[in-house]
Design a protein around this ligand. Structure first.
Ligand code: FES
Length: 149
């Protein structure tokens, strides 16, 4: 099918490269925004591995997604410095406000909330990012405002 063919074209150039499978998966995600299910058989075939092996490699890396993210993409820092000033509470507040768990996407509402490990804003923790824009001293109100903007 068309998707299989597309995946084949994206992945094939990486066969034979060192770390080629990971590079290929990054390329697929960069192009499609996620890794569709068909990626397993196509990559397994091209790299001469089992689907389980490919799946193992993919699931080792947290940054691969199996569906596209919502148009509104919230990332909350849950690393050390932010945790020490309440990122856990911030996550809880966001989960309640948006009725969505950390790590989940609701495509009907075009919303994704994900954890991230340090945004480089430790001095103004807790930190978050909404649609690529950093939010210092983040709280649920600030984040909601940006999501709704
Ligand atoms: Fe959160 Fe660095 S730990 S921005």
């Amino acid at each position: 099918n068309a998707m299989t063919e597309k995946l084949h074209n994206i992945i094939a150039p990486y066969v034979g490269e060192t770390g080629g499978l990971i590079s290929a998966m990054h390329a697929v995600q960069a192009e499609l925004g996620y890794l569709p299910e068909d990626v397993l058989p196509v990559a397994a075939d091209l790299f001469n591995q089992t689907k389980a092996e490919v799946k193992g490699v993919i699931s080792f890396y947290a940054d691969f997604r199996d569906q596209r993210a919502g148009a509104n993409h919230v990332r909350v820092c849950v690393a050390e410095s932010c945790q020490s000033v309440g990122s856990r509470e911030l996550v809880a507040a966001l989960e309640e406000r948006f009725a969505l768990k950390l790590g989940e996407t609701d495509l009907a509402r075009e919303l994704t909330i994900e954890p991230v490990y340090c945004l480089g804003l430790c001095s103004v923790s807790p930190a978050a990012e909404v649609n690529g824009k950093l939010v210092a001293k983040a709280d649920a109100d600030k984040i909601a405002k940006r999501v709704e903007a």
